[in-house]
Design a protein around this ligand. Structure first.
Ligand code: SF4
Length: 349
């Protein structure tokens, strides 16, 4: 018999399970805390449960743990880990340490592959296989947090939903995983430490506003007019810039969350001062920070990295206009762990 992963159950559902075994309701809270607060994935380690209850649980339930199938460490300390899921699908998580700023960031995947097919992205070439379950997302957090403590003697400080997949197309499971990461009965992280990166899913952004979710948002913008953005990101054809900006304005008005624009710079495509001016015009609707990112080569993609001088000129234009702008040199490039490079390469070799 295939056993069910116990992590699919909510606290009230665990209460029903405990009661069905003739146990008091509070046992469910203990199970919940073992799983979501202490990160335990073995019934035998749940020492305040009776042996009888542990045996009963083991008979029907399990933990389909992520299997670590590959790991690479970059010269800059970035660690990329590949995980095999219960159906043999592979995903990747990245740990990005910046000890001088005491920042230890997890870049977490939310889907197996991605359906959005952005031109510059290796994950987009994999096609979407399925959404990750909430506990598969959460377990990346748990395991990479352990990695961070073991390797850098520091727990994670930030979590970005910027790995494989579009988080807002897996809305419910992403939000459930955030609940587990932030819930005081679970891991208790601050929402302010979490960022959802989106290609601009209007429906999802409006839902975040309706649900009053106060996580930071990073819009993968990459072009400030529809024509260029349609070319880079086909999702823009149905979720155009005007609608995306409108939905973000709505989100900001309701939640006051921090919003940033991610802008990968491509040589002779989106790196002129005319592009900078268009980008500047998009910053007038709500407070926003712009992160200019250098492009990381992806095999088979006919786009090139902009020269440093031009990146600096572009950034200066924005800074002179009073826009908070940073230029991000990519981390983990040598191990294909940088932005847009996650594609399970090791596994496919
Ligand atoms: S950039 Fe993000 S949304 Fe676009 S294909 Fe890659 S993973 Fe999907």
């Amino acid at each position: 018999m295939n056993k069910t992963d116990i992590r699919i159950f909510s606290l009230p559902e665990l209460e029903n399970i405990a009661q069905a075994y003739g146990e008091p309701k509070f046992k469910a809270k203990q199970i919940y805390q073992w799983i979501w607060q202490k990160g335990v994935m073995d019934f035998d380690e749940m020492t305040n449960l009776s042996k009888n209850l542990r045996e009963n649980l083991k008979e029907s339930y399990t933990f389909n743990k992520l299997q670590n199938v590959h790991q690479q460490i970059s010269v800059d300390g970035t660690i990329k880990t590949g995980w095999k899921l219960e159906d043999n699908a592979i995903i990747e998580s990245v740990l990005i340490p910046v000890p001088k700023d005491t920042r230890y960031t997890l870049c977490v995947s939310s889907q197996v592959g991605c359906s959005l097919n952005c031109k510059f992205c290796a994950t987009g070439k994999l096609k979407k296989v399925r959404n990750l379950k909430d506990y598969e997302i959460y377990e990346q957090f748990l395991r990479v947090n352990n990695q961070s403590i073991e390797k850098y003697n520091h727990k994670l400080t930030n979590i970005v939903y910027m790995g494989m997949g579009e988080p807002l197309l897996n809305y419910n499971n992403v939000l459930k995983s955030i609940d587990k990461i932030t819930n005081p009965n679970a891991s208790g992280y601050s929402m302010k430490r979490i960022t959802i990166s989106t290609a601009g899913i209007v429906k999802g952004i409006n839902k975040l506003a309706d649900d009053n979710i106060k996580v930071n948002i990073a819009l993968s913008l990459h072009a400030a007019d529809d024509k260029k953005r349609n070319f880079l990101m086909p999702i823009n054809e149905t979720n155009n810039l005007k609608d995306v900006i409108k939905s973000l304005t709505n989100l900001y008005d309701k939640t006051k969350v921090k919003i940033s624009f991610e802008y990968i710079m491509f040589k002779d495509f989106n790196d002129s001062l005319d592009d900078a001016e268009k980008l500047y015009k998009l910053t007038k609707h709500f407070p926003v920070k712009i992160n200019i990112i250098e492009y990381n080569y992806v095999k088979g993609v006919d786009l090139k990295k902009t020269d440093d001088d031009k990146i600096n000129q572009f950034a200066k234009y924005l800074v002179d206009k009073g826009v908070m702008t940073t230029v991000r040199r990519s981390r983990g490039k040598d191990i294909d762990a940088a932005c847009g490079q996650l594609a399970n390469k090791i596994e496919k070799k």
